[in-house]
Design a protein around this ligand. Structure first.
Ligand SMILES: [Zn+2]
Length: 120
């Protein structure tokens, strides 16, 4: 799975719009955009959609997982992956459980993606 597939799917699960900006007015030096999907805008510099592989995205993703009450179930899923030996996260400690300080942002998003896809 590629990064965009994971980002887009998770953004939708999190109730965020995966913005598709288009130009509504082109008035040099400004270009004014609006989102095709949620109609957000008009805005001059819309920026990129949230990258859940970044440290900022990781924090939002992790907050969402906990807020949705998926924490225990996700940890259970992660344990099972560990047992099946296809995923060995260094943030799982046998005594302490999840070690947020060791969570790798680039690994959390794909793992939550596969966790949610499995439940679909
Ligand atoms: Zn949007």
């Amino acid at each position: 799975m590629d990064k965009e597939t994971v980002n887009k799917y998770l953004a939708e699960q999190m109730g965020l719009c995966w913005h598709e900006w288009f130009v509504v007015r082109d008035e040099p030096p400004f270009r004014v955009y609006e989102c095709k999907r949620c109609k957000d805008g008009p805005i001059i510099n819309p920026g990129d959609n949230l990258d859940l592989f970044s440290p900022e995205g990781f924090v939002k993703l992790w907050d969402w997982v906990i807020k949705e009450g998926m924490g225990d179930d996700f940890i259970e899923h992660t344990w099972q992956s560990l047992v099946q030996d296809h995923f060995k996260p260094d943030w799982i400690d046998f005594q302490l459980g999840i070690r947020p300080d060791l969570v790798n942002p680039s690994k959390l998003a794909p793992e939550i993606y596969s966790y949610l896809k499995q439940k679909d």
